[in-house]
Design a protein around this ligand. Structure first.
Ligand code: AMP
Ligand code: FE
Ligand code: FE
Ligand code: ZN
Length: 281
């Protein structure tokens, strides 16, 4: 039984749905609550806290930080964060500016490759996402302009790592990110760990998880579309062993699959949400 979907992206990062649309869908499928975990931004949280009463749905403020661990991109979720914390806003401002600079660099490369595209157009495409401009917005624009049929194709040909228009983005180190989430009274949770490049069920992974736990990690995302049943079982055992809470969610970006949104496809039950809530201070 899934009561909470704790991994949803709104149109404040690279999701397509507005906070209100997400509330509507969550209500429609009968979940008790959910969290929005936008990439590097808390832009949707105030609006969601406002919508809570109207929809009578529980909402948990969240975020998904892109971090670096020895050259690998690792995503860290933060739940129950104090989104008004000044220290956090300062950090997020850094992300936002770095994303803008990097978008401009990508656009310069594309211009040199004779694509007709400007930062202004990308900003318009991003709309609400202004705080978290990324490759998806550039990809969408190139599709709209008729250069490609679909977003995946743009990534494959231009934007993926090792493709000509790929530019690294500023990331904080994973350990600093764990500390940041703890400082702002949030609960740091390792996102989709077995969906990360180079990660699999082996002793190296266990050592990695152990190191993070010693550095303040509190939970691990067990239920995620990128994880197999074996992955789930394996992660649950490790969570128990290292005293980590278990979370899960659909990672919905607002795309339609099998005629429906992914929201609620993965998530956790009341018992698990109570464990997570139990860690709040
Ligand atoms: P960025 O934050 O600018 O590095 O872009 C990363 C985002 O792009 C991810 O969160 C995904 O939502 C999206 N993304 C990454 N790879 C692909 C892909 N191959 N096809 C479509 N979207 C992708
Ligand atoms: Fe995303
Ligand atoms: Fe992620
Ligand atoms: Zn995500």
């Amino acid at each position: 039984m899934i009561d909470y979907d704790l991994h949803i992206h709104s149109n404040f990062s690279d999701g397509k749905l507005t906070p209100r649309q997400i509330f509507e869908i969550v209500k429609g499928i009968g979940l008790t609550g959910f969290s929005i975990t936008d990439h590097d931004t808390i832009g949707a949280i105030d609006e969601c806290l406002f919508l809570v009463n109207e929809y009578n749905i529980d909402f948990i403020p969240g975020i998904e930080l892109s971090t670096d661990y020895n050259g690998f991109e690792v995503h860290l979720l933060g739940y129950f964060i104090d989104h008004k914390n000044k220290f956090l806003s300062e950090f997020l401002k850094k992300f936002k500016n770095a994303r803008l600079t990097r978008a401009q660099e990508i656009i310069n490369i594309l211009k040199n490759m004779n694509y007709d595209i400007s930062l202004e157009e990308v900003i318009v495409e991003a709309g609400n996402n202004y705080d978290s401009i990324g490759r998806p917005h550039i990809a969408r624009l190139l599709v709209k302009k008729g250069y490609y049929k679909e977003i995946q194709e743009v990534f494959k040909i231009l934007l993926n790592k090792n493709r000509p228009a790929y530019v690294e983005r500023y990331k904080i180190s994973l350990l600093d990110a764990i500390e940041l989430i703890n400082v702002v009274k949030g609960i740091p949770v390792l996102a989709h760990p077995l969906g990360l490049d180079g990660m699999c069920r082996n002793s190296e992974f266990e050592q990695f998880l152990k190191t993070l736990t010693l550095n303040g990690l509190k939970g691990v995302e067990v239920y995620h579309p990128m994880h197999s049943l074996e992955d789930e079982k394996y992660l649950k055992v490790l969570a128990e062993k290292y005293g980590l809470v278990v979370t899960g969610g659909s990672d919905c970006h607002g795309n339609i699959k099998d005629n429906k949104y992914q929201i609620g496809e993965k998530g956790i039950c009341m018992k698990e949400i109570n464990c997570l809530r139990g860690l709040t201070r």
